[in-house]
Design a protein around this ligand. Structure first.
Ligand SMILES: Cc1cc2nc3c(=O)[nH]c(=O)nc-3n(C[C@H](O)[C@H](O)[C@H](O)COP(=O)(O)OP(=O)(O)OC[C@H]3O[C@@H](n4cnc5c(N)ncnc54)[C@H](O)[C@@H]3O)c2cc1C
Length: 477
């Protein structure tokens, strides 16, 4: 049983005194602007272009008119959740808990989860968590959820040794507290299992929502011109370039402005399988840990033995390792993630394997050659700044945002954000006649830099020397 203390409450703040011009979207007769201009016909409207520059996105985001819905909310409202990462999935589940129906749209080809990614390589039994590696629990609401996941066998405690690996092979193990958790079959399978008991959530995947249009009192979503339905409210449960483009002409300038302020790191993931256990230069002959934050190496910030972490039977089988780069190395070697030049891929792979060799204290050229490798760039990996609000909601545009970056840079932050937005939207739906402005949240919060490891925040995690700082986060059974 996981249980902890901290509970944070929702701040509800008024909209800024500055308001963009407003577009009113009523229940009948379509959309008109406050200035009385007609919306451009579909023929004359400019197509959104994937190659739009940052400058042009900024200009469009800030100059677009605010949409204001005036139609009453339906008795059985339907919410579109755009993004099936953990924040979007939790948001849908908590909407269901409040009796609200939703449809989750996600781009994932292999499954849901976003940055809860697991790669399975057939026909070999190779399995790698290639983004989120493990998590700790700090908040009582998250603890309750994790307990439920444990009861369903979706997650379990990770008892393997985790610590800090200093360049040259110096390994310092962390104390066992706070407890560390992993998804039993890999992170993606946790995400894919979350909605298995949901009755009010529909999933559409793979689907890339490319346009949001307010029309006749509801939001109309489409994927490259193909209609995807109409909705009473929308949840943006993703971030980065995709979200900026989607919001650029949506009629949500305040939401678009907050999204634009978010800054994200880039991280390379190198998945590698070795025939034998990795050698080590320290006191043992083979690597004495299952996971390590790497220190003093430019190219690598984390390494984990997924075969051990995921308790995959090893009888002579390969050893699957996930190596994650530092954010600095990601920035230095940044390229378009969907089109990685082969020269960059070769350079990064060699650089990361050299980093691993050096971290393990092995002599040059002595790291065994992996039998399988795969390189991936997380171009929008982790947030480096945050507004520090549980969620963002624009009650005039009936649109909200949830995601890790609103509160931090880990799975827990994403879950808490999803819960907060679901409850906020349900409260809003259940308060007809209340001044909409009272439901505005997070639209003007300033951003602060985020601290933590290159792969996220793990409050309280550390070696014995660091334990004192971490005691506030101690879990109890
Ligand atoms: C390399 C790496 C390592 C990490 N390690 C850890 C760790 O060890 N522990 C930890 O707690 N956290 C870790 N994190 C962070 C953790 O993965 C995230 O905090 C969390 O998964 C974020 O969830 P989310 O729902 O906010 O966003 P996401 O997981 O990014 O979900 C967004 C989803 O929206 C989809 N989407 C985007 N645009 C559209 C569109 N237009 N239409 C439809 N769908 C769309 C995306 O495909 C994606 O599935 C790591 C992250 C990375 C990148």
């Amino acid at each position: 049983m996981v249980c902890v203390s901290t509970v944070k409450s929702l701040n509800v703040l008024p909209l800024a005194s500055w308001r963009p011009s407003t577009r009113v979207c009523g229940g009948s007769g379509g959309t008109v602007t406050m200035e009385g201009q007609k919306r451009p016909s579909p023929k004359t409207r400019r197509k959104s272009s994937y190659g739009t520059s940052r400058k042009s996105i900024l200009k469009k985001s800030f100059s677009q008119e605010q949409v204001t819905f005036t139609a009453p909310i339906s008795d059985d409202p339907l919410v579109a959740v755009i993004g099936g990462g953990i924040s979007g999935l939790i948001c849908a589940l908590f909407l269901e808990a409040r009796g609200v129906r939703s449809t989750v749209f996600d781009t994932g080809i292999h499954g849901l989860g976003g940055r809860l990614g697991t790669r399975v390589v057939d026909p070999h039994p190779l399995k790698f968590d290639h983004a989120a590696q493990f998590f700790t629990v700090n908040d009582s609401r998250f603890a309750e959820i994790v307990n439920g996941w444990m009861e369903r066998g979706l997650v379990r405690e990770w008892h393997g040794t985790v610590g800090e690996l200093h360049n040259g092979g110096g390994f310092v193990p962390f104390v066992p507290s706070p407890r560390r958790y992993v998804a039993t079959n890999g992170m993606r399978f946790l995400a894919d299992s979350l909605l298995s008991q949901a009755r009010l959530v529909n999933v559409v995947r793979p689907c890339w929502i490319s346009k949001l249009e307010p029309f006749n009192g509801s939001w109309h979503l489409s994927e490259n011109g193909k209609p995807c339905g109409k909705f009473d409210a929308i949840v943006i449960a993703h971030n980065g370039k995709c979200a900026n483009r989607l919001l650029m002409t949506s009629g949500l300038p305040l939401i678009a402005k907050q999204m634009k302020r978010l800054e994200l790191s880039s991280i390379w993931a190198l998945l590698a399988a070795f025939e034998d256990p990795l050698p080590f230069s320290g006191s043992t002959e083979v690597v004495p840990f299952e996971g390590a934050f790497v220190r003093g190496v430019d190219s690598v910030s984390w390494m984990a033995n997924n075969t051990k972490k995921l308790l995959i039977s090893q009888s002579g089988g390969p050893h699957c390792w996930t190596f994650l780069s530092t954010a600095a190395y990601g920035k230095q070697n940044k390229v378009p993630q969907e089109n990685i030049p082969s020269a960059t891929a070769a350079k990064v792979k060699a650089g990361m394997l050299e980093g691993v060799e050096s971290a393990l204290g092995l002599s040059k050229g002595s790291l065994p050659k992996p039998s399988y490798t795969r390189l991936q760039l997380w171009g929008a990996a982790l947030p480096t700044n945050t507004p520090g609000v549980p969620c963002i909601f624009d009650p005039f545009g009936r649109a909200g945002i949830c995601g890790d970056w609103l509160l931090g840079s880990n799975i827990e932050a994403a879950v808490l954000s999803g819960i907060a937005l679901a409850n906020h939207i349900a409260d809003y739906f259940q308060s007809p006649g209340t001044n909409a402005e009272e439901f505005a949240i997070g639209l003007n919060h300033e951003f602060q830099p985020l601290e933590g490891h290159d792969i996220g925040q793990f409050p309280g995690l550390g070696s014995e020397e660091k334990l004192n700082e971490g005691q506030a986060y101690e879990l109890t059974k």
